[in-house]
Design a protein around this ligand. Structure first.
Ligand code: ADP
Ligand code: MG
Length: 482
C-alpha cells in the first residue's frame, strides 16, 4: 500500500527532507488555509494539511464512483422536487404523539418550515443549481477485496474543490524527487472548482440578467477562503462578479422587489451560493430571517432549501429502503442498480419494531455500527462505547427518531505521513475517504447540465473515527490509481 512509497526512503532524515520539500511546494501551489488564530485575515497563512504520498486507490472503484455521480445528481434533484417524499421522510406520522425527525430535531424543523413556507407561497426561482459531493469509503469485503460504499452526500457547501486542484502538483513533485517520474505522471489532474464554477456560470446565464451578481454567503471567520476564491476566480475569468456577504449583511442590506428579484446593496443577485448555513450554530434569529428572504427570492439558490433537506442523513436512510429508488427514478433501472450498489446498511430509529430491532443489533455488536444525528460538518457521529451509552439513553425516548444508524465501513488501513504545521513527520496507519463532485442545472423541468467535475481524496489516521479536513482530522490527498 502507500507505505511502499516509504520503502524508497533510506532513513528518517530523508523523510524529513522530503516532507520539507513537499510543504514548500504546497505553499507555492496555494494549498493554503488561514490560521486558527486569525481566521478572518489572510495576512499570515499556513499550508492546508496533506499526505506526503498519494494513497493507492483501486482504479475500478474510482471509475465506479465517477460513473454513479450523474445518477446521484438526478436522485438529489428528484428528491428536492418531491415535496411529499420530503414531508413523509422528515415528518413521518405527524400526529402529536408520534416521533419524527423534524419533531425531534429543531434545526431540520426550521429548515423544513422555510421549505413549507416557500412551497405555500409558490417557488419563485425557475433555474436550479446543484453542486454536491458524494463521499465514499472502501469497505473491505470478507474475501479481502474492497467495495465502494457511500458515507454521505453533501448538498450544501461541499468544500475542497479548490484546494483539490492544487495538490496533484505537490504529489507529482514528491514522486519526482524520488525519481519516480513514471509514477508521478499517473497522478490524475483534477480541477473541481472549475467545474463548480461552470455550473454557477450556467445558472447565472439562464437567470438572464447581464448585470446581476453571484452572492457567496460567507462566514465571518473563514479559514478555507482560498478554496472558495478558486471558484470566484474562475467566475471572474467569465466576467461574472461575486460578492461575499454574511447572513447579517443580507438581513441589513437585502431586499426583495415586487417580482421577487433579490437585491443586496442595491445590486441584483442572480445566484446565491451558500458556504454557510449548514449547522445550527450558524443561525441567529436574524440569520434565519435572512435565509427565508433568500429562499423567497427568484435568485438561483445553491442549494435551495429543498435540496439542502435532500442531503440530510434521514433522507439518505429512507432512500435505502426497498423500492424507494424505483419510485424516485422511474424507468431507470440501471441508474437504480448503480446507486444501490454503493449503499451501506442504513437503519431507521423511528419508534416501532423496526427501530427497536436496529437498536438491539447495535447494542449487541457496537463495533459494526455508527450512530448519526442530522448534522453536517464532522465530529457529530457516535461510535463504540459512546454510541452504546447514547442508545441506552435514547431507546425509550422519541428523540431517537432524529438519529439514524449506519453500518460502519471498515477499510483496509495503510501507512502514510500526515503533514500538518508544527507536527512531527512520521508514518501512521491511515484510511481514506473519496469524494466525487457533481454539478447539475435544471431550468423548469429540463435538465440542462449533469456531470461530474472532479474528486477529493481525504486521509486520516485510523484512531480518529470521525471528522474531515476542516475539523482538523483528515488531510488532503490524491488517489494513486492501481
Ligand atoms: P458529516 O456530515 O459530519 O461530514 P459524515 O456522515 O460524513 O458526516 O461522517 C463524518 C465522518 O465520520 C466521515 O468523514 C467518516 O470519516 C466517518 N464515518 C461516517 N459514517 C461512517 C461509516 N458508516 N463508517 C465508517 N466511518 C464513517
Ligand atoms: Mg462528511
Amino acid at each position: 500500500m502507500a507505505n511502499s512509497w516509504g520503502n524508497l526512503l533510506q532513513n528518517e532524515q530523508q523523510l524529513e527532507e522530503l516532507a520539507q520539500q513537499a510543504v514548500d511546494r504546497a505553499l507555492a501551489e496555494g494549498v493554503l488555509l488561514r490560521t486558527s488564530q486569525e481566521p478572518s485575515s489572510s495576512d499570515v497563512v499556513c499550508y492546508a494539511p496533506f499526505t506526503l504520498f498519494p494513497s493507492l486507490v483501486p482504479s475500478d472503484l474510482l471509475e465506479q464512483a465517477y460513473a454513479v455521480q450523474m445518477d446521484f445528481n438526478l436522485l438529489v434533484d428528484a428528491v428536492s422536487q418531491n415535496a411529499a417524499f420530503l414531508e413523509q421522510t422528515l415528518s413521518r406520522n405527524c400526529s402529536v404523539s408520534s416521533s419524527s425527525t423534524i419533531k425531534r430535531d429543531d434545526f431540520t424543523a426550521r429548515l423544513f418550515d422555510i421549505h413549507k413556507q416557500v412551497l405555500k407561497e409558490g417557488i419563485a426561482q425557475t433555474v436550479f443549481l446543484g453542486l454536491n459531493r458524494s463521499d465514499y469509503m472502501f469497505q473491505r469485503n470478507a474475501d479481502g477485496s474492497p467495495a465502494l460504499k457511500q458515507i454521505e452526500i453533501n448538498t450544501i457547501s461541499a468544500s475542497f474543490g479548490g484546494l483539490a486542484s492544487r495538490t496533484p502538483a505537490v504529489h507529482r513533485h514528491v514522486l519526482s524527487v524520488l525519481s519516480k517520474t513514471k509514477e508521478a505522471a499517473k497522478i490524475l489532474s483534477n480541477n473541481p472548482s472549475k467545474g463548480l464554477a461552470l455550473g454557477i456560470a450556467k445558472a447565472w446565464e439562464l437567470y438572464g440578467s447581464a448585470n446581476a451578481l453571484v452572492l457567496l454567503i460567507a462566514q465571518e471567520k473563514e479559514r478555507n477562503i482560498f478554496d472558495q476564491r478558486a471558484i470566484e476566480n474562475e467566475l471572474l475569468t467569465r466576467n461574472i462578479h461575486v460578492i461575499r456577504r454574511t447572513f447579517e449583511d443580507v438581513s441589513e442590506k437585502g431586499s426583495l422587489a415586487q417580482d421577487r428579484k433579490l437585491f443586496v446593496d442595491g445590486q441584483e443577485i442572480a445566484v446565491v451560493y451558500f458556504r454557510d448555513g449548514y449547522v445550527p450554530s450558524q443561525y441567529s434569529q436574524q440569520n434565519w430571517e435572512a435565509r427565508l428572504l433568500l429562499e423567497r427570492s427568484c435568485a438561483v439558490k445553491c442549494p435551495d432549501i429543498a435540496t439542502q433537506l435532500a442531503g440530510t442523513k434521514k433522507v439518505q436512510q429512507e432512500l435505502s429502503r426497498v423500492g424507494v429508488l424505483e419510485v424516485l427514478l422511474p424507468g431507470q433501472p440501471e441508474a437504480v442498480a448503480r446507486l444501490r450498489a454503493t449503499f451501506a446498511g442504513l437503519y431507521s430509529l423511528d419508534m416501532g419494531e423496526e427501530g427497536d430491532q436496529a437498536i438491539t443489533e447495535a447494542l449487541a455488536a457496537p463495533s459494526r455500527f455508527v450512530l448519526k444525528p442530522q448534522r453536517e460538518g464532522g465530529g457529530n457521529n457516535l461510535y463504540g462505547e459512546e454510541m452504546v451509552q447514547a442508545l441506552e439513553q435514547l431507546k425509550d425516548s422519541e428523540e431517537r427518531a432524529s438519529y439514524i444508524l449506519m453500518e460502519k465501513i471498515e477499510p483496509e488501513p495503510f501507512g502514510n505521513c500526515l503533514l500538518r504545521p508544527r507536527s512531527p513527520v512520521r508514518v501512521v496507519q491511515c484510511i481514506s475517504e473519496l469524494g466525487i463532485f457533481g454539478v447539475y442545472v435544471r431550468q423548469g423541468k429540463t435538465l440542462v447540465m449533469n456531470k461530474h467535475v472532479g474528486h477529493l481524496l481525504r486521509t486520516k489516521a485510523i484512531e480518529h473515527a470521525d471528522g474531515g479536513v476542516a475539523a482538523g482530522v483528515a488531510v488532503l490527498d490524491n488517489p494513486y490509481p492501481v
